[in-house]
Design a binder for this molecule. Sequence first.
Ligand SMILES: [Zn+2]
Length: 81
Amino acid sequence: MEKPSNEVIQKANLLVERGKVRKDVETDKRIHFTVEGESETHSVIFEKGKGEWKCDCKFSSLHQKRCSHILACISKKTKLI
Ligand SMILES: [Zn+2]
């Protein structure tokens, strides 16, 4: 997994600051988040067992690296704990 670029990190910070990240459901295996993006809303899932993050946006599937939505959720999760 490549390091996220500064641009992606800045986007993620903005998403958190603007309250665009919402924790939905937490089960034994997963945590579901909803992130309100610029044009669409994205679903981000954290797989607890593997420690893996997944997002349904194009950036994430095209580049195989962490998108701003995932980084925003990581930041939110860290603050929750
Ligand atoms: Zn994404």
